[in-house]
Design a protein around this ligand. Structure first.
Ligand code: 4AD
Ligand code: MG
Length: 463
């Protein structure tokens, strides 16, 4: 007997025949009637359910129609085309095998649940249509990112998760140790003796793969990472998680201006791929989560991103008809309210802000000739704010060494990074795109916790 899947039934021309088929899946709803009942089955291969028609002649009709939601069954029956109905076809069941019961207290009963409640059910929420759509798009987007870079011959590099240097120099790291925290060994100065730790030195979870990636860029020319990053920043926002995924391309012989089009093309490519392969999911999210979603994504692929300097951004913010919680002055870091004003009110599309003050940006960014700004660019997008941070890298060894010192970083830890400038330096540039924020943009979800399978935020590491 032929096994069939919803994905194929709903997307291909299916010819009804008398040959029986079978499919397996989870019970989504049952509408009971006197002589027959309708059961909606989801088999995991499609956002949409398959309607199963159950006649009272089924030997276990009573047992099947009393199944709790999310029980698993095997349906054997005939495909019947239903061109006049909402769904293109249904299955007339000849036999139902009950594979797995579901307890009566299944938390996702058939009613609208809040996103907050569903966060407490992170192990079950992928069974809802909303999260099915979000995580399907997440998967499609990940593949699209790889395709984009592979088509351009970028080499994919897996940079280490456990590191001894702080790539961002911001000190927001989770420590990694094999020491017994209740009996820490001490050195002569009374400090923790990391000589006795696993790596014989302090280590942490990486905040970014950029620095080790640069080593590969100076061999392979164009490289990218796509992996997890960890930040112990105590941010309670809808845009920060302690564990997130970042895409970090790095390009040799490329300056800031030449890099920006790569960012723009990447984002447009991913959107187009999701339109191509996730049409059903996008439509569902547009109907149920954000009614502007499809229009916003379409507009993003057809318009040029705006580019303004930090100086101009400050001037625009100072001239804004609204007041901000954080007053605007040259030298400050842009807060989310400022970022969103610029890309949502002024430009109404993704907006690059370039040439930030050196003092507020990471040590590896290239100092501009004015001596006070760096060749950096953040990409701000409507609804989110900063989606990408990038820069041209400081390739001049003396200036880089000075910047490492003035950031009060331990020079010895960065010697290998300085080596990259001593042995064949070149202009190079790269950026980091926060994958979760991209998924927020692609799905219309407004809280980062709803685009991560099992979110990790301050005070929360359930599941
Ligand atoms: O701007 P960030 O900190 O830049 C870097 O890490 C560079 N090393 C990137 C590079 O040039 N290779 O982070 C880059 C992006 C941000 O724009 C944001 O989208 C995302 O990573 N991001 C976070 N996403 C979720 N939660 C957090 N706590 C994030 N911190 C950064
Ligand atoms: Mg940043």
């Amino acid at each position: 007997m032929k096994e069939v899947f919803a994905r194929d039934l709903l997307h291909q021309e299916v010819v009804a025949s008398n040959e029986p088929v079978f499919l397996t899946g989870w019970v989504k709803t049952i509408r009971r009637g006197a002589h027959f009942s309708f059961l909606e089955l989801n088999d995991g291969t499609d956002l949409r359910n398959i309607q199963i028609v159950l006649g009272e002649k089924l030997p276990n009709y009573q047992a099947v129609t009393k199944l709790n939601l999310s029980a698993t069954i095997k349906v054997t029956g005939q495909i019947a085309l239903t061109p006049k109905a909402q769904q293109p076809l249904e299955i007339h069941a000849d036999q139902i095998d009950i594979l797995g019961q579901s307890a009566a207290d299944y938390p996702l009963q058939k009613k609208q649940h809040s996103l907050e409640f569903l966060r407490t059910q992170a192990h079950l929420r992928p069974r809802t249509a909303t999260f099915y759509a979000v995580f399907k798009i997440r998967s499609l987007a990940a593949m699209a990112v790889h395709e984009f870079f592979q088509k351009r011959h970028f080499v994919y590099v897996n940079t280490p998760i456990i590191t001894s240097s702080d790539s961002e120099g911001a000190g927001e790291m989770f420590k990694v140790t094999a020491l017994d925290l209740n009996h820490l060994p001490q050195d002569a100065q009374g400090q923790v003796d990391f000589q006795q730790d696993f790596f014989k030195k302090p280590t942490n979870l990486t905040v970014s793969g950029q620095l080790p990636d640069e080593g590969f860029t100076l061999a392979f020319r164009d490289t990218y990472t796509f992996g997890p990053a960890f930040r112990a920043e105590n941010s309670h926002t809808g845009r920060h998680t302690a564990e997130f995924w970042m895409i970090e391309p790095e390009m040799a012989f490329v300056d800031l201006a030449a890099m920006l089009p790569v960012e723009e093309q990447l984002i447009k490519y991913v959107i187009n791929q999701v339109f191509l392969k996730g049409q059903e999911e996008l439509t569902f999210l547009n109907d149920n989560v954000d009614s502007d979603l499809i229009a916003k994504l379409k507009a993003t692929t057809t318009s040029d991103f705006a580019v303004i300097s930090y100086d101009r951004a400050i001037a625009l913010l100072q001239a804004a008809p609204q007041t901000f919680t954080y007053p605007v002055k040259w030298g400050m870091g842009l807060q989310s309210e400022h970022e969103r004003y610029l890309c949502e009110q002024v430009f109404q599309r993704p907006t690059f802000v370039t040439d930030y003050p050196e003092a507020i940006k990471a040590f590896y960014m290239r100092r501009n000739d004015d001596g006070k700004t760096v060749a950096a660019a953040d990409l701000l997008v409507p609804g989110i704010g900063e989606l990408v941070g990038g820069s041209q890298r400081e390739e001049r060894p003396d200036i880089l060494a000075e910047k490492i010192a003035s950031a009060q970083l331990n020079a010895a830890e960065y010697q290998w990074y300085l080596d990259l400038r001593r042995y064949g330096e070149t202009v190079h540039s790269g950026f980091g795109l926060g994958f979760e924020r991209l998924i927020m943009f692609l799905t219309g979800m407004t809280n980062i916790r709803d685009v991560v399978p099992y979110p990790r935020t301050p005070g929360e590491a359930e599941f």
